[in-house]
Write a protein that binds this ligand. Structure first.
Ligand code: A3P
Length: 273
């Protein structure tokens, strides 16, 4: 687990006692899958305003903040976490709060995670090199464990909870079919918005616009200082396929082999190209 402030062990043990609200929306997923992007979109839809949220997703994360912090927030809350399916607080199911699960090509997740660890010097001070990081990530020794365990756990959980309101969204599809994915999301959240609103949202959430605008309003000077050269890694490159600039042919073969073994029973439609 990352070195978050406070007693992380206690926070996780208390997760089962978390009090949810029916109108909450939870943005969930393995780290580096595009959670910050999706959280911004969900907030805009929920609030009905296309201004960037002042502040960032960290302050909406169940794994980062305590119950008292969330109790002070006004509804509708857009919260977030990287929890495994079985660790979702039971009250979320009791209240019937909506969840959105984002997935991304694990090769790009691995690369993005590497840059996250290298970039967030104020938290990790990680000096490893890519070939070593690659092995560590594949073995599930980076934050939040194995990607395949997370994804398969959610896949199984969704199947076993057919009435739980969970919407699955793929990073690649959000990138390639932004408008239709956001319309689908708005429908799931029961938040009909007009076309000029969707158009503004699409402009604001485009990577380049968001990198420029969100960095200003979403992160304090102190938060920026935690990152190498002040570059917020939650908005790094924002492309599909950056793994091709990092993986060697051998690493790619190794990755495919592990993927085939660990994901052979999965029906998730991961897009590798
Ligand atoms: P890269 O490191 O590949 O650039 P998370 O929010 O779950 O930590 O995921 C971070 C990843 O989402 C980063 O990937 C980041 O650049 C990407 N991302 C953030 N905002 C985005 C946007 N508006 N469009 C596309 N990708 C975005």
């Amino acid at each position: 687990m990352p070195k978050f402030p406070g007693d992380m062990g206690l926070r996780l043990r208390r997760m089962s006692e978390f009090t949810a609200r029916q109108e909450d929306v939870y943005v969930c997923g393995y780290p580096k899958s595009g959670g910050n992007w999706l959280w911004e979109i969900c907030n805009m839809l929920l609030i009905g305003n296309t201004e960037y949220v002042k502040g960032n997703k960290m302050l909406a994360m169940l794994d980062f903040c305590d119950q008292e912090h969330f109790d002070k927030m006004r509804s509708p809350r857009c919260l977030s976490h990287h929890l495994q399916f079985e660790d979702i607080p039971p009250d979320v199911f009791r209240k019937g709060s909506k969840m959105v699960y984002i997935l991304r090509n694990p090769k790009d997740v691995c690369v993005s995670h590497y840059h996250h660890h290298k970039g967030l010097v104020g938290v990790y001070d990680y000096h490893g090199i890519w070939p070593d990081y690659f092995e560590m990530w594949l073995e599930g020794k980076a934050d939040y464990g194995k990607w395949s365990t997370h994804v398969k756990g959610w896949e199984r959980g969704i199947k076993e909870h057919p009435t739980a309101p969970i919407h699955v969204i793929y990073y690649e599809s959000l990138k390639r079919n932004f408008d239709s994915e956001v319309h689908r999301l708005a429908e799931f959240l029961c938040l009909p918005r007009n076309e000029p609103f969707f158009k503004r949202l699409s402009e604001k959430c485009d990577f380049a616009a968001m990198k420029k605008g969100k960095t200003k309003v979403g992160y304090s000077e102190e938060e920026r200082q935690q990152w190498r050269n002040g570059e917020i890694g939650f908005l790094r490159k924002g492309v599909i396929g950056d793994w091709k600039n990092h993986f060697t042919t051998d690493q790619n073969k190794r990755f495919d082999k592990v993927y085939e073994k660990e994901m052979k029973d999965s029906k998730m439609h991961i897009v590798f190209e």
